[in-house]
Design a binder for this molecule. Structure first.
Ligand code: SF4
Length: 85
């Protein structure tokens, strides 16, 4: 699991962030392009997910890549989205 102490400074404030263990595999940017950007060396959260679709895209990334560079703290938006399934 990602470490808040290794959180990249490029992330916007919020529940989701990428830490320095990111291997820049590009998966999160492909799954959630509105949320994740590219620093050149790492992914970073450029915008926190707002819509249920964006939150679900981030959740899919967490399932695909457990234990990778993203920290997936469940935000209220994500809990709301997942509780309706
Ligand atoms: S945060 Fe995770 S999914 Fe995104 S580029 Fe880094 S390792 Fe890949």
């Amino acid at each position: 699991m990602a470490d808040f102490k290794k959180r990249l400074s490029q992330n916007v404030d919020g529940e989701f962030f990428v830490d320095s263990t990111c291997v820049n595999c590009d998966t999160c940017r492909q799954l959630a392009p509105a949320t994740f950007g590219d620093t050149g060396d790492y992914a970073y959260v450029r915008a926190q997910p707002v819509t249920e679709v964006e939150a679900a895209e981030c959740s899919s990334g967490a399932v695909v890549l457990p234990g990778h560079g993203q920290r997936m703290r469940l935000s209220s938006a994500l809990r709301s989205a997942t509780s309706r399934r």
